[in-house]
Design a protein around this ligand. Structure first.
Ligand SMILES: NC(=O)C1=CN([C@@H]2O[C@H](COP(=O)(O)OP(=O)(O)OC[C@H]3O[C@@H](n4cnc5c(N)ncnc54)[C@H](O)[C@@H]3O)[C@@H](O)[C@H]2O)C=CC1
Ligand SMILES: O=C(O)[C@H]1OC(=O)[C@H](O)[C@@H](O)[C@@H]1O
Length: 269
């Protein structure tokens, strides 16, 4: 497949582009910043929040060729102001969706986040794909809004979207929470590959975590799409130690993002 990967210079982007290229896909990178040294695939430097710039990139890639999918990983993975979050996650997604529809690009794989449902209490039990939007931060609000926008485009235009609500994408888990929420690099690639190749998903959501012994987020939605995680954070449990998890952090899906540390006005400073 020929795949445009936004946020290609980032922590997910570097792993996913290298992995997809290794699987034989024809990868094109897109990022605000230049290609990392040694990059061997084509690269476009543009702001995904700039609709004209995104349109120009997608137009160039679809003139005399086809683009099979976009993997949208561009975005700031932290809590910013509400307007900045909306720009980083919703406006960038909108620019890509508009360009995809204009140039018949049929599939989007999106790096959503557990923080879209981060304020869901752990006491509610297993977290399923049917959890209602329940963000823990403005970051989470923006992921919810991006998911709503993608669903609208699926319904209106018949494109396919797989929204991956990622846990903690790291080389290895570093906290007690991470023993439940870890997504290994190899499983991250398996997740994206499944989301790219599963036949006709329509609009689908999955939880992007590894096969962690301590997981309490449902892996079935991913398995239905062909995502079979192989790694387990438990292998690192001894290294992390038995230190008690902060009670407030353990109480919600979003962990620390759901704590009072992030409480602030939605507008103004
Ligand atoms: N790292 C994690 O554990 C998780 C990440 N995610 C999501 O995955 C995506 C990627 O996250 P990471 O790779 O960790 O972040 P990162 O900060 O390492 O990489 C993001 C990349 O996107 C680029 N970028 C940011 N805004 C852009 C824009 N407007 N236009 C073009 N490029 C832009 C940056 O230059 C950077 O190279 C984000 O959307 C994040 O919300 C979701 C859940 C967990
Ligand atoms: O929940 C988590 O562990 C991760 O979730 C995210 O969406 C964030 O981008 C990342 O900074 C967090 O570490």
């Amino acid at each position: 497949m020929r795949v445009l990967v936004s946020g290609a210079a980032g922590s997910l982007g570097r792993v996913i582009t290298a992995g997809l290229a290794g699987l034989g896909h024809d990868v094109v990178g897109l990022d605000l910043v230049p290609a990392p040294e040694g990059t061997t695939f084509p690269w476009h430097e543009a702001d995904c929040a700039d609709a004209d710039a995104v349109e120009a990139v997608v137009a160039a890639l679809t003139t005399g060729g086809t683009l099979d999918a976009v993997v949208h990983l561009a975005g700031v993975p932290e809590e910013l102001s509400l307007p900045d979050e909306l720009t980083s996650h919703v406006i960038t997604t909108a620019a890509l969706l508009d360009a995809m529809v204009a140039h018949d690009v049929p599939r989007l794989v999106y790096a959503s986040s557990n923080h879209a449902v981060g304020r869901t209490p752990r006491a509610d039990g297993e977290l399923t794909e049917h959890a209602l939007p329940r963000p823990d931060t403005y970051y989470g609000v923006a992921k919810v809004a991006a998911e709503a926008l993608m669903r609208l485009f699926v319904d209106r235009h018949g494109i396919d979207v797989v929204s991956c609500r990622i846990g903690s994408f790291l080389e290895e888990p570093t906290t007690l929470r991470g023993l439940s929420t870890w997504l290994s690099h190899a499983d991250g690639l398996r997740m994206v590959e499944a989301a790219l190749t599963t036949p006709a998903p329509g609009y689908a959501v999955l939880y992007g975590i590894s096969a962690n012994t301590r997981a309490w987020w449902d892996l079935e939605p991913g398995r239905r799409l062909g995502y079979e995680p192989q790694d387990d954070a438990e292998a690192y449990a001894a290294r992390i130690g038995a230190g008690a998890e902060d009670e407030a952090e353990a109480a919600f899906v979003g962990g620390p993002f759901a704590t009072a540390e992030f409480h602030r006005p939605a507008l103004g400073s």
